[in-house]
Design a protein around this ligand. Sequence first.
Ligand SMILES: *Cc1c(COP(=O)(O)O)cnc(C)c1O
Length: 369
Amino acid sequence: MARVAYTRPSITEVEVKLVEDAARTGWGAKCYDYIHRFEAEFAAYVGTEFAIATSSCTGAMEMGLAGLGVGPGDEVILADTNWIATVAPVMHLGATPVFVDILPDSWCLDPDHVAAAITRRTKAIIATHLYGNLCDMDALGALAESHGLALIEDAAEALGARWQGAHAGSMGTFGTFSFHGTKTLTTGEGGMFVTNDTALFDRVTTLSNHGRDRAQDKQFWADVVGYKFKMSNIQAALGCGQLSRIDTLTARKHAILSAYKARLLRLDGVSMNPEPTNTRNGAWMPTAVFDARLGLTRERLQEAFDAADVDARVFFYPLSEQPMFEPCDTPLSHDICTRAINLPSYHDMTDEDIDRVCCVVENLHGRAT
Ligand SMILES: *Cc1c(COP(=O)(O)O)cnc(C)c1O
């Protein structure tokens, strides 16, 4: 039996043909064709006015924050449970991250803690839709609105997730996506910045083009110091192929999560990615959290999965536990990750693979109770 991988992209002839075409013909006057097509099709899919393809989600986040003028003296509120890529751009811009605790069921930032963390220096809230679970966009939207803050969605893990019909990433001041090889849609490396704000789109377009204004007709002339976080035309061709299959890709992710939930939620003391009424979970990373009384620690889980030849991943450590940051009082962020595990969920995994993963959990659980 082969090892069960935790993620693996689904690449078909559709993608291969487009990439081949880009490699053969996408040069000279056509060197941006796939990029522009991918941006337009992506914006249409998530339902935003504008999209800018980038070399990564991290780059999209940094340009978006820079476009909002976030810098030294500004505070940005985000969940302590997060990938480092969400906070790195805040640090690079010289702003101060403020970590808040998460909700016990969605593992996303808790709006009450966000409210308590707002000061007169607060400039933005970053809502990371963790593992495809949705943040409480109603509560966060109301807070952002009443305090005049930007609400940013890190939707890297939530492509295809919907909150009352609206796509994750399309509801805030701007949204960012990742197309890293582990994500639901991949371009190898890559990302997307999306917004409905025309002025912000213009500023980020300039930043993303070495600081050259679109209206500037002088050649080799920059108007501001910008960035070079562009996606290549070849990557965009891959993205177009993936996007043409987006409903298949997201449906499969969702079906895998549902299969795990049907099996594992029968076990006492196990919870998984929630899907409240009127939402659709993006199902990027099916995650099982075990009640503390079961004694199923991260280390025991890792050991059991490894012994069964299954790749499982640990739940994100709190950012504040890492050496670059000050410790902070976020008990749930510190606790949940010690008794949770991310389960494999790649497109082509079989029912037998899912069964193998479930058996590991069931055996551990059986011995714990
Ligand atoms: C993957 C990921 C990122 C970073 O994406 P890159 O494309 O690798 O920059 C950012 N935020 C979250 C929540 C992610 O999961």
